[in-house]
Design a protein around this ligand. Structure first.
Ligand code: FPP
Length: 224
């Protein structure tokens, strides 16, 4: 049985769900947040150490302003209402990506990180304004600036995921099979599960089924 430390998720399909059910993409994001909460709790139950969620990419700024504002408001309300509960559960919250949002949201993100910094059960890495290519490029620039040797170990030290093991599993919901500039370096040997369901439809049972399948996979890492 494979040990499972880190699950990464591309939470795709909110917009389509919203249009299908309520004729409104934003309501898909609201429903998607409920799935986020379910998966956080299921991760705790399964003693998963790291859960990395792709919430907003560097490319998502191309979306209509009203959708961007809705998403960030949803995140603000979530943190304001739920960070104390996460903290009580010994959950650590970390942002991966560049924090250049409104003053209010930046402050809230930093406060949430500080409040939960020492927690040791699950670590949630929220990928926000995240792009993998820029992450890797910036890591190379830092190596060059510090005149350090270019090798895997040194490069990894300058990624947002420093000290975090690579994901064992990547899940992408929404019936689309692509990586969308997410953790391109870190996913080199991850087991990938593409799910037909849209993110708001994905539930604890779907998650448990993936964990069960993952545990039985023979992982070779290039060997036989
Ligand atoms: C992709 O679906 C989803 C996003 C860009 C946002 C993810 C946000 C949430 C799950 C809810 C908010 C979460 C937090 C933590 C506040 P899409 O809109 O690209 O779906 P589509 O492919 O159907 O258009």
């Amino acid at each position: 049985m494979n040990p499972l430390k880190h699950v990464a998720i591309i939470m795709d399909g909110n917009g389509r769900w919203g249009l299908k059910k309520k004729k409104n993409r934003n309501l898909g994001h609201k429903e998607g947040l409920k799935t986020v909460e379910k998966i956080i709790q299921e991760s705790v139950k399964n003693k998963i150490k790291f859960l990395t969620l792709y919430a907003f990419s560097t490319e998502n700024w191309k979306r209509p302003k009203n959708e961007i504002n809705y998403l960030f408001n949803l995140l603000e309300t979530f943190l304001e209402n739920k960070i104390n509960q996460l903290n009580k559960q010994n959950i650590k919250f970390k942002v991966i990506g560049i924090k250049n949002f409104s003053k209010k949201l930046n402050k809230l993100l930093i406060q949430s990180e500080k409040k939960t910094y020492k927690n040791t059960s699950l670590q949630i890495n929220l990928a926000l304004n995240y792009g993998s290519k820029i992450e890797i490029l910036n890591a190379f620039k830092k190596l060059k600036k510090k005149n350090e040797l270019i090798n895997e170990k040194n490069l990894t030290n300058y990624l947002y995921t420093k000290n975090i093991p690579d994901p064992d599993i990547l899940i992408r919901t929404g019936n689309t099979k692509r990586l969308s500039n997410f953790l391109l370096w870190q996913l080199a040997y991850s087991e990938i599960f593409f799910e037909k369901k849209l993110w708001p439809e994905f539930n604890e049972n779907d998650f448990k089924k993936i964990i069960f399948k993952f545990k039985k996979i023979k992982r070779n890492y290039g060997s036989i």
